[in-house]
Write a protein that binds this ligand. Structure first.
Ligand code: NAD
Length: 428
């Protein structure tokens, strides 16, 4: 998404366009243009030096017609109520397109987590729960990790909630560590989900994925498992990945024309997705500039790092050979670039369909918590595959029937599902 635009206004604009197509009436629009509930609060935290510092916290519950709100809690210095509103709105559509019985939520705290000690972080997340605990829960609203928050913090949040409730309640938070209520397969879920949707797109376009080449931006959680899955599940070849080098403070592309070995690269990558480039070069990989991944002569592009990467300028670099763009990242394509891509006839798997494997397995985590019975990894991933394959075809069918691009079709499927749930509950 273009960073100059207010994210929430953009989310409302996208909704208005689909609402026109679906001919939604005014009261329904009023319901969905704004979140149903918003919490803005101050959290006092005792710092290590003995002083007390106040932090600004948020939780936005956009719509829970289909089920409890679901969405991460971000720790970010530039957090605003409008970014949280936008992200909560997008979560409603993401859960609806994945057809999981959850609504949309998002939370945040204005803070740079790198400036806090582990003890300060723990007191801050426990403080967030002390304010919010009566308004969240397995049947109300289920937070999760996001930018700046970790599975350890989710463990502390779940513990604080359980203490306040007086009963062990693992299903209040997802993204917990495995062994502490987390689900097997969550680590792979988003990247593998990207691959499941690519597999279906290839079948639709009559492409043999084992003969396809892909280029990936990023080498964090989503990119790593997209690369691994693309080769191991589909037999395709990934010719490059890119990453932000924390030492050099710049991004690079790491390439190997006959195909990278993603598991090897993973073994020389740190927890922030930064690759040891010296070791990669020793192993025969070529170091190129940050933009090289987007200019490759490949069949599939997988942006899996940042928002706004395919924009009015960079869209011109995309090779005519590219048939599919699988949006692993959130908002990697700006609206103006989207128009150019459509004119080129590239098939786009839109972000909230392409990367909904993560929230799908988070939902499975809560289901397993509820049952107090845990599935093997193969079962988790096979259930994820079924969900994503069905979601892909629901959107494809809408796209073909309405003769609209996949992104518009995904919004149409999602919004129609939420509207139907509101009607069934008698809200509208
Ligand atoms: P991550 O932090 O694990 O990895 C990010 C990667 O991007 C790192 O390799 C980093 O070096 C790289 N990067 C940063 N700046 C770059 C640049 N300028 N050029 C090239 N590479 C750059 O993040 P992630 O969890 O993999 O998330 C990636 C994207 O996917 C984000 O948009 C996120 O919102 C979205 N997403 C993630 C999940 C999930 O489950 N992790 C789910 C849905 C959506």
């Amino acid at each position: 998404m273009a960073t100059s635009l207010n994210a929430f206004e953009m989310a409302q604009q996208q909704f208005d366009q689909v609402a026109d197509r679906l001919k939604l009436d005014q009261p329904v629009r009023e319901f969905l243009r704004w979140p149903l509930r918003e919490y803005q609060f101050r959290i006092p935290v005792r710092m290590d030096d003995g002083t007390v510092r106040m932090f600004q916290g948020y939780r936005v519950q956009h719509n829970d017609a289909i089920g409890p709100n679901k969405g991460g809690v971000r720790f970010h210095p530039a957090e605003t109520i409008d970014t949280v509103r936008a992200l909560a709105t997008w979560m409603t559509w993401k859960c609806a397109v994945a057809d999981i019985p959850l609504g949309g939520g998002k939370g945040g705290v204005i803070v740079d987590p790198a400036t806090l000690s582990p003890g300060e972080k723990e007191r801050l997340v426990r403080g967030w729960i002390q304010v919010m605990w009566k308004n969240i829960g397995p049947r109300q609203d289920v937070p999760a990790p996001d930018v700046g928050t970790t599975s350890q913090m989710m463990g502390w949040m779940m513990d604080e909630y359980s203490k306040l409730r007086g009963e062990y309640t693992p299903g209040v938070i997802t993204g917990k560590p495995v062994g502490g209520g987390g689900s097997l397969g969550r680590t792979e879920a988003t990247g593998y989900g990207v691959v499941y949707t690519i597999r279906e797109a290839c079948a639709h376009l009559n492409l043999d994925p084992s003969q396809c080449k892909a280029a990936i931006q990023g080498f964090g959680n989503v990119a790593q498992y997209s690369a691994i899955g693309f080769k191991e599940m589909l037999g395709g070849s990934v010719v490059c990945v890119s990453y932000f080098d924390l030492k050099d403070k710049q991004a690079y592309t790491i390439s190997k024309e006959d195909g990278i070995d993603a598991r090897f690269l993973q073994s020389i990558t740190d927890q922030y997705g930064s690759i040891d480039k010296a070791k990669a070069q020793e192993a025969g990989y070529v170091l190129e500039d940050a933009e090289a991944w987007l200019k490759k002569d490949v069949d599939i592009l997988i942006p899996a790092a940042l928002e706004g990467q395919i924009n009015a300028e960079s869209v011109k670099w995309i090779s005519d050979r590219v048939k599919i763009i699988a949006e692993g990242a959130n908002g990697p394509t700006t609206p103006d670039a989207d128009r150019d891509i459509q004119e080129k006839g590239v098939f786009v798997i839109p972000d909230f369909l392409c990367n909904c494997g993560g929230v799908t397995v988070s939902y499975f985590e809560a289901v397993q918590n509820d049952m107090n019975f845990y599935w093997p990894k193969e079962e988790v991933l096979s259930k994820e595959d079924q969900k994503l394959t069905k979601a892909f075809h629901d959107v494809l069918e809408m796209s073909l029937k309405q003769e609209v691009p996949m992104r518009d079709a995904a919004y149409m499927v999602a919004i129609a599902r939420v509207v139907k749930a509101m009607q069934l509950r008698g809200w509208i």
